[in-house]
Design a protein around this ligand. Structure first.
Ligand code: AMP
Ligand code: ZN
Length: 483
């Protein structure tokens, strides 16, 4: 596969430290609120990346943190603890808030067919490891204690890696927003590894440490969690573009200084989902969540389809109209897959193999999921039998995860049910959605028309209309559907 690497600003062949095996790390959610659909865009694209690597035959070990501590509202060592803000808002303890929103996050992931990473580690569960890493950084001369806090000393680095090729506007989220300068810092870019003192004193969760009772800085959790579960050599690190700086820059600084060797060569950043008014950001309120889309009648997988249709390295604008278009295209695609007959022939292995190559050519070029979806439309028209077409689509769906075969099978069953109703009603055909009660009313109406009782026939049609049912006369029968 070729993947754009934000650390080198180039599209490069994907490589791994151990042949055939990928150590992959993903920055997980902060769990003080529901994930918004922008956050979910990042997780959908990272899921597609993991599944694509598995599709190519890699064995992947994927690790993700849950930020349930030490994430301050300013994103750069200042501001309030977001977890405590959430707890106060909902009159719950910080751990209750963390559990509630962690569960909600994984519910969303399930609905979006996002696979749970092999290891998911909440930050609060690994405090001793964070302390060990901070001690190591102090021992190696990369950190200092000032004003009760431990800071990373960026002046000790030969390179303070910054992913400088992304949009200025994207960077702003991660960069200090109205943050007062911390006078304990020796250099502008230094950052906190362990807090015992901050302007924000009533931090809810605190732990004992060699520097006093306090809590970890935000960046240390990802370095330490990855080290524990991925080992010393990480192949691929993922996150949203706002995480690139300062979070990922600081992770690199910590990990490489602690380990004494290069740490992670490949960085994958998903660009933002925006609204026409601007950025979607959890800390700025005004966000859309998956439940809202469901309440508006959208299948969560139509949101996945919407995301996969665009490239992860382009900002994506969310509007209801755009989502409507994607939802309509997704419904139609399922109908086309449903129209294929699974009993039509045997799977042709050679054709399947040829189409696998088409898919890897398309998606393996910097995770081009949009071309991956186009490949599904091509498979529908493949010059082969339906069994092979379905096998190709099922194979592609290992990466796309749009439940295409499952949904098509359900649709086929529904259609079979409604056809069954039609065949049991004698000379008059009722095509519907398989509801015997509605079929009976439609039949009564047909009977009334036959007996020239047009008043009753009209009344029955109006009754159906009031129930949201649209009736269309067809030769020797009638067709109904819910609208
Ligand atoms: P958070 O829970 O705020 O730490 O964010 C979780 C993930 O979502 C991180 O990888 C962020 O970089 C990413 N993210 C935040 N906002 C957006 C957005 N508007 N669009 C896409 N990804 C985002
Ligand atoms: Zn992280």
């Amino acid at each position: 596969m070729y993947l754009y690497n934000s650390a080198t600003h180039k599209k490069e062949p994907f490589t791994t430290h151990t042949p055939g095996h990928v150590e992959m790390y993903t920055c997980g959610p902060t769990v003080y609120h529901f994930a918004h659909i922008g956050n979910l865009r990042s997780y959908i694209m990272e899921d597609a990346l993991e599944k694509y690597l598995r599709y190519e035959g890699y064995d992947v070990n994927r690790v993700m943190n849950i930020t349930d501590v030490g994430h301050l509202s300013g994103d750069s060592d200042a501001g309030e603890d977001k977890m405590l803000v959430g707890a106060r808002r909902e009159h719950k303890t910080v751990m209750e808030i963390a559990k509630f929103y962690t569960d909600a996050f994984f519910d969303d992931c399930r609905k979006l067919n996002i696979k749970t990473p092999d290891t998911v580690q909440p930050a609060t569960g690994l405090i001793p490891e964070f302390i060990t890493m901070v001690e190591g950084l102090l021992d190696r001369g990369y950190a200092y204690v000032a004003g009760g806090n431990v800071y990373f000393d960026t002046s000790k680095l030969t390179r303070y890696h910054i992913f400088f090729d992304h949009d200025e506007a994207d960077l702003e989220v991660g960069v200090r927003e109205g943050v007062e300068e911390d006078r304990n810092k020796r250099n502008k870019n230094d950052f906190v590894l362990w807090f015992t003192k901050s302007k924000f004193e009533d931090q809810a969760l605190k732990w004992d440490s060699p520097w006093g009772v306090g809590y970890p800085g935000w960046h240390i959790e990802c370095s330490a969690i990855s080290l524990k579960y991925n080992g010393e050599y990480l192949d691929l690190h993922c996150g949203g573009i706002d995480n690139a700086f300062p979070h990922h820059t600081n992770e690199i600084a910590q990990s490489e200084s602690y380990l004494g060797h290069p740490w992670c060569p490949q960085w994958f950043h998903v660009h933002h989902l925006n609204t026409p008014e601007g950025k979607m950001s959890k800390s700025k309120g005004k966000t859309l969540i998956l439940t809202t889309l469901e309440e508006e009648g959208y299948d969560p997988l139509s949101y996945r389809f919407f995301c996969l249709q665009s490239h992860y390295r382009k900002a994506l604008v969310f509007t209801w109209e755009n989502l409507d278009n994607a939802a309509g295209a997704y419904r139609k695609l399922i109908a086309r897959v449903a129209a294929l007959d699974p009993g039509d022939g045997e799977v042709d292995g050679a054709v399947l193999e040829e189409y696998r190559r088409k898919f890897t050519d398309a998606v393996g070029n910097d995770l081009n999921t949009s071309l991956g979806i186009t490949a599904v439309y091509d498979a529908l028209k493949a010059g082969t039998n339906d069994a092979t077409r379905l096998a190709i689509i099922g194979d592609y769906d290992r990466v796309l995860s749009l439940s295409l075969l499952e949904k098509a099978a359900v649709k086929r069953e529904e259609e079979a049910r409604s056809r069954q109703t039609a065949s049991t009603s004698g000379g008059f055909t009722v095509e519907g959605e398989g509801d015997p009660e509605i079929d009976a009313i439609v039949l009564r109406r047909a009977q009334a028309k036959k007996e020239k009782d047009f008043a009753l026939a009209d009344r029955l049609r109006d009754d159906l209309k009031a129930r949201g049912i649209e009736l269309t006369d067809i030769p020797n029968g009638a067709k109904w559907k819910r609208i």
